[in-house]
Design a protein around this ligand. Structure first.
Ligand SMILES: [Zn+2]
Length: 250
């Protein structure tokens, strides 16, 4: 059986000189592992289309649960991500996280759109890396069903636009008055949200994916926004990514 799919190459594993597996995040079929023959042949017409960070159109042959590449052509290549090691590490973290939270056989069009828009913002806009990272992380958590409750205090219902205390695991916020009136499990981690961090997080959660990078926060609050969004995503998917460690060390 043959299927056509549009997808982003998010990883590769070489199997000898002329064969590799690629992982492809598609919109319609989720993440697929695809066998590519002739993967390093100089004459391979598919060579450019099966590289990581490339969005391509694929024709795949499906046999039981395994997919083999038949044809591929490049739709968009994010090759300039490689021009800066720190940007490349962040891009690697983004595609690793997207690959980790996606599933095979399910519609992943929102996640693919988020990943592509994040790579585009990194490689072709002047947005700070930390801003792209934060927006990706928080929107990724939202897309997979873990949006934090950022509108009102979870205890008294007061508006929390001016600031609050956010519980990373529970995903709720409480106001200044209520912060000592609620008890949470010992593993809970609490962050103080300023008014600008709250506004940025609301913007990311409630905006269309294409617009999530169009906000600003004061420079001295961007780092804490990035830390909160990272902790929020990792609390809900419970895994660590080597590329994130590399990004932080560079
Ligand atoms: Zn309250």
């Amino acid at each position: 059986m043959e299927i056509s799919a549009r997808g982003l190459v998010i990883g590769e594993t070489k199997l000898g000189d002329n064969k590799k597996y690629i992982r492809v995040l598609t919109d319609e079929y989720g993440t697929l592992s695809v066998i590519v023959h002739g993967a390093s042949g100089i004459k391979s017409k598919h060579l450019a289309a099966v590289r990581p960070f490339t969005l391509s159109s694929f024709v795949l042959t499906k046999k039981r649960d395994s997919y083999t590449l038949k044809e591929a052509s490049v739709v968009k290549s994010f090759f300039n991500l490689g021009s800066d090691p720190k940007m490349l590490a962040l891009a690697s973290y983004i595609v690793s996280a997207a690959g980790y939270v996606s599933a095979e056989g399910e519609d992943m069009s929102a996640l693919l759109s988020l990943t592509l828009n994040s790579l585009y913002a990194l490689s072709e806009s002047k947005k700070p890396h930390e801003l792209v990272k934060a927006a990706f992380e928080l929107k990724c958590a939202s897309v997979i069903g873990f949006a934090p409750a950022l509108i009102a205090c979870s205890k008294c219902g007061a508006d929390i636009a001016g600031g609050s205390y956010m519980h990373i695991y529970n995903g709720d916020c409480v106001c200044e008055n209520c912060k000592n009136k609620v008890t949470y499990p010992e593993y809970e981690v609490t962050y103080k949200l300023t008014a600008s961090v709250t506004a940025a997080m609301r913007y990311i959660v409630y905006s269309d994916i294409k617009k999530i990078f169009s906000f600003t926060v004061p420079d001295d609050e961007l780092e804490i926004l990035s830390e909160i969004c990272e902790k929020f995503l990792s609390a809900h998917i419970e895994t660590a990514f080597p590329a994130l460690k590399v990004y932080k060390e560079l």
